[in-house]
Ligand binder design. Structure first.
Ligand SMILES: NC(=O)c1ccc[n+]([C@@H]2O[C@H](COP(=O)([O-])OP(=O)(O)OC[C@H]3O[C@@H](n4cnc5c(N)ncnc54)[C@H](OP(=O)(O)O)[C@@H]3O)[C@@H](O)[C@H]2O)c1
Length: 209
């Protein structure tokens, strides 16, 4: 089984690729620039060029699953939110379906289902995440949607909860999101699930089994 990682050069993406490789799971990293390939190749991880705003269908060829962890980031405007977080995600779902991939794992965001309750600046992003999640849910593809809270760069805890009330930090480390993605990769029977992810005191199986 090979997992295409869309957004592989990102902070979660790189940690997921490394953790998956260590777990013996084959991944293909999709990055958008030539100079980004080397980091993966140096670690024995297959990497290809593909752009959410351009050519990418070739990257899906021969893969079995997708992990989508791309994002336009906080330093771009609503134009990139539309083109990457929404349209890029929708195109990825369409291509995965066309190419016969078996499952699509989406990194969404906590409370994406309530964009109007987010701080005003975040609302277009949350609306894009919501629409991408709905598009995936209605695609007919087997899917898992992980909805992390605010991301931090702390060390992994391997402890999780699925509500803000139960999470002392109200956040989750990127390393733990990567760990949860590896858990999903190891459990192909997990499908059609949507789970909020925050750090807490439960093992990942308590949320995703
Ligand atoms: N920040 C938060 O608190 C938060 C909370 C919940 C969920 N999330 C979600 O978590 C996910 C990843 O977070 P992160 O911290 O790992 O983000 P990140 O480091 O910004 O990684 C995002 C990746 O997406 C890639 N990307 C952007 N545009 C692309 C394009 N046109 N074609 C291909 N790839 C493209 C970027 O490529 P380059 O490396 O080339 O720039 C980058 O590698 C995102 O889906 C985000 O929406 C974030």
């Amino acid at each position: 089984m090979t997992i295409l990682v869309v957004g592989a050069n990102g902070q979660i993406g790189k940690q997921f690729c490394e953790q998956a490789q260590q777990a013996g799971i084959a991944v293909r990293a999709m990055v958008r620039r030539e100079e980004q390939l080397e980091w993966f190749k140096a670690r024995g991880i297959e990497a290809v060029i593909g752009d959410l705003e351009g050519d990418m269908a070739h990257a899906f060829e021969g893969c079995d699953e997708v992990v989508f962890t791309a994002g336009s980031g906080p330093h771009t405007g609503p134009d990139k939110t539309l083109l990457i977080d929404l349209h890029g995600a929708m195109r990825s779902v369409d291509i995965a379906k066309e190419k016969g991939l078996k499952r699509f794992v989406m990194v969404s965001a906590i409370r994406a289902e309530k964009p109007l309750e987010a701080p005003e600046k975040m609302r277009p992003y949350m609306a894009a995440k919501l629409a991408a999640d709905r598009y995936l849910e209605n695609s007919g593809l087997a899917h898992v949607i992980l909805k992390p809270g605010p991301l931090t760069d702390e060390a992994p805890t391997h402890g999780f909860v699925d509500s803000l009330e139960a999470s002392p930090s109200g956040s989750i480390t990127r390393a733990d999101v990567a760990y949860a993605l590896v858990h999903v990769a190891r459990h192909p029977a997990l499908e059609n699930r949507s789970v909020t992810l925050l750090n807490g005191d439960q093992p990942i199986d308590a949320l995703l089994s």
